[in-house]
Design a protein around this ligand. Structure first.
Ligand SMILES: [Zn+2]
Length: 479
């Protein structure tokens, strides 16, 4: 979207840089001169005790004499909130009370509807939270307590409760004069097929509000209290606000935390995200539904170059990892990749945090396996190369996927040293653009690596690939 001429100038004059910066720093009262718009503070971009960060409020520029960070209100919001240029403009425009220009009247109309829907969602958040304090929610409260979620944590994550009634929320919203279309449009109720009153979408569930990058509540996730319920987890239906495949739970806070240097973690569900965040891994998100989509991958990569996917340590988790690799392969670009942290068998991050603490999770994250390594493992593991045709077919496929020459791949599976380059296991292809020889990669072992459980795994990825992707020598995560 292009902004009309003059919009940014107007925005810069309307927003006060010292006010924007003032939310993130403590001004040095002695050094600053508010009347002159001459403000000093310890720099938010580097660690320091003295105040070498200067804001010239009249000119609208900041400069740090320590780390030389400089810019205006927009760049300050971009850096500290870890958002795009347009998002920073939106944030500032909202604060300055300037309406964002819309592309056309239809878009304006749509934006208005979305704002109205978001307001209704906000009412629902409040109502669900209130219900969690009622007698009907006693069981829900004790469940949350068992899961280790204190009142504080529930408040922070705005967890609520949908009572097991057909029109609880509906009646509450109608009582506030909300029109039917908005309640239905927000996905909070469904029309009755028998011609009666519409009924609540969520009944007898613990409610987790899902907010977008701008902090608007766009959907709910509800966990059934009744163990017999067919849908243990239920998300809001797709609405004007909510596109499941383009949303991530906790994306707003995770983005801010990732901007401060925390690793971006992708967990499976709300409970994992909450547990991880509460344990200090605040840059945690979860997809809403089942598998991660292409759009979600793009979102993840906008936040971090190498998100870490945490997976349950069972075969389903492994399969999910491989599916994700297939999805991400065509989308890979230089500097964009994924790492995988496998949880111990039968445990999710929440379980692990409870049983072994944050240190154990940190250890797993440190040992997270790069994507190529898992890919290689899959290509080699359990393959039988009993006929030349079968072997050729596999080599072709594998070479295509791993960007290695066929010679290299074939050498890798046979474990034979190539004669054309004495002493080296592989003949680097021209396309690989890696140094022909290097001492460290020389004659790397191609024998089957033994993982820590003593099981035999396939051979290691070729050393040049390992070097390029910075992966350790053995296939199994080092402990
Ligand atoms: Zn600085």
């Amino acid at each position: 979207m292009s902004l009309p001429p003059g919009f940014l100038d107007e925005l810069r004059t309307r927003s006060s840089l010292s006010q924007v910066v003032g939310r993130k720093v403590m001004w040095d009262a002695r050094k600053s001169n508010q009347g002159k718009g001459d403000m000093w503070a310890p720099c938010p971009f580097h660690q320091e005790k003295s105040a070498s960060f200067h804001v010239d409020d009249r000119k609208g520029f900041y400069y740090c004499f320590g780390c030389h960070a400089k810019g205006d209100a927009i760049s300050f919001v971009r850096e500290t909130e870890n958002v795009s240029f347009m998002e920073a403009v939106e944030i500032l425009a909202r604060e300055a009370g300037m309406p964002m220009p819309e592309r056309d009247p239809r878009a304006q109309e749509k934006a208005d509807v979305r704002t109205e829907l978001a307001d209704v969602m906000e009412l629902a958040v409040k109502w669900f939270r209130l219900q969690l304090r009622t007698g009907a929610a006693a069981e829900a409260r004790s469940y949350l307590e068992r899961r280790g979620l204190s009142q504080d944590v529930c408040d922070r994550w705005e967890i609520g409760f949908a009572p097991d009634s057909w029109q609880g929320l509906w009646d509450a919203l109608k009582g506030k004069d909300i029109v039917d279309e908005l309640i239905l449009g927000a996905g909070l109720a469904k029309p009755s097929s028998k011609g009666g009153k519409p009924y609540d979408t969520f009944r007898g569930r613990i409610m987790y509000p899902i907010r977008d990058a701008r902090g608007r509540c766009i959907a709910f996730g509800g966990r059934a209290m009744d163990p017999e319920d067919k849908a243990k987890y239920l998300n809001s239906p797709e609405t004007e606000l909510f596109d499941k495949g383009r949303s991530l739970y906790n994306v707003r806070d995770a983005r801010v935390a990732a901007g401060k240097g925390q690793p971006l973690l992708v967990a499976e569900g709300y409970m994992d995200v909450i547990a991880l965040s509460e344990a200090g891994f605040q840059a945690s998100v979860a997809p809403l539904g089942t598998a991660i989509t292409e759009n979600q991958l793009a979102m993840l990569w906008r936040i971090s170059d190498e998100p870490i996917i945490t997976l349950d340590g069972d075969t389903a988790g492994q399969r999910a990892a491989l599916r994700l690799i297939d999805l991400s392969l065509p989308l890979l670009e230089a500097g964009r990749s994924l790492r995988f942290a496998m949880m111990p068998e039968g445990q999710d991050p929440d379980d692990l945090l409870k049983s072994a603490g944050a240190g154990a999770v940190q250890k797993l994250l440190d040992a997270a396996v790069p994507m190529v390594q898992l890919l290689w493992q899959r290509e080699v593991e359990g393959k039988v190369f009993d006929s030349p045709e079968r072997r050729r077919r596999w080599i072709n496929r594998c070479a295509k996927r791993s960007c290695l020459s066929r010679t290299r791949v074939s050498a890798a599976i046979t474990g034979r040293r190539s004669r054309t380059c004495a002493g080296s296991c592989f003949v680097p292809s021209r396309a690989e653009a890696v140094p022909r020889r290097s001492r460290s990669g020389h004659g790397a072992s191609l024998g089957a690596a033994r993982c820590r459980k003593g099981r035999l795994r396939g051979p290691n990825p070729p050393s040049s690939l390992r070097r390029r992707m910075r992966i350790p020598r053995t296939i199994c995560a080092k402990r």
